[in-house]
Design a protein. Sequence first.
Length: 444
Amino acid sequence: MKKNLLFLILSMSIPAILEMLLNTMLGLSDTIMISRFIGKEALTSVGFANQIIFALIFIFSTFNTGAVAMVSRALGEKDYVKLKKISEQNVNINLLISIIILFLGYIFNKQIFRIFDIPEQVYNDTIEYFNIVQISLIPMFLSFSFAANLRGAGNTLTPMIITGIATVINIIGNFVLILGLGPFPALGIAGAAWATTGSRYIALFIYIYIIYIKESNIRLEFKFFFDKNIVKPLWNISLPGAIEQTLMQTSFVVIGVIVSQLETVSEAGYRILIQIESISFMPAVGMSIAAATLVGKSLGEKDINKASKVGYLSSGMGMIWGVIVGIFFILFPDQILSIFTKEIDVINKAVPVMFFIALNQIGLNFIIVISGALRGAGDTKGVMINTILRLWLVFVPFSYVSIVVLNLGIVGVWYAEILSFTIFATALFFRFRSKTWAILELTK
């Protein structure tokens, strides 16, 4: 049983892990090429723009979390009519949300970025990049909804392949449009934005072909209406996730504002370290996707014991990954940082912090995976409470004290992270062990 479960988790996790890594590369290719071909000021601009864009995505795409829980449970119950209805409603919700965000983004873009204490040139570059990339919000939200529906139905391979295609197109587009190869002009930071936007539209077209035209394990029809019998439980499951992500992204903005008071070198170092940390936990995100799907499916099959074993096994795998990547961060900090920037002063500023990022890996990866297992069971409220307390009782206050009061620089962010993850990883473990998530009803 344990060996079969391990194989099942790995078979679902590996495509999801590769997809997460490719998804990260999609944004990372912008960061690396802008850093190397334009400079640290442009890198800082992209960092600020992406911080807001990803905050919007994380907050408003939480319906996909509810969709995975409901689709996977419908799959376990073998109710394929309900599975299709849930998937269609999730697509409609994501389409509506992305249109609203796009509209508001164009109205309030200047006011949003004025909250950061940044030089005028960095501000102007940030606005330019943001205005182009937000054109891709609609295809991005729709692609995320299609991917969530497929994952909930146990198909993690198709999203991985589509993400891989989009990543290759984005990297090629970066070279062509940033540097101005062939007949194309050198657009600099705008070129990076257009390459990212174009790759996301291509990904959307592939998803539409597979899900609406080609036979797949989810064959949908386009029906733009809202079924309250589906939307209400989807809302009830997803709302805690939306609140969680809102307060999480707000905390990141607050930390960004605090860091923006430091010199440009520290800001650039912080952005690169955040990128590195984001890549480091992508395998854990893949494991959390597998855990969410398998826990939901197991509960649909009325097998609580199997669901519990999935949570423990997958989170244990996440911790093992944290140990491995932490060792690499301790042994090769200079080499890893040099991949992202050629600026020696930025590397020197960031090297000491890599040790503390390494120490944070076990708690960070555990929380990501066990949270996925709980969300798959529909226990989004428990995860929300844990996250809010972790961020606003520990992470934000201790980051402020470390950076502003004690003048420790950007390493203070990771002092606070280590403390917060250690405390609340323990709390989340006991939450999962209690099995209160096993009796949650998802259809009300």
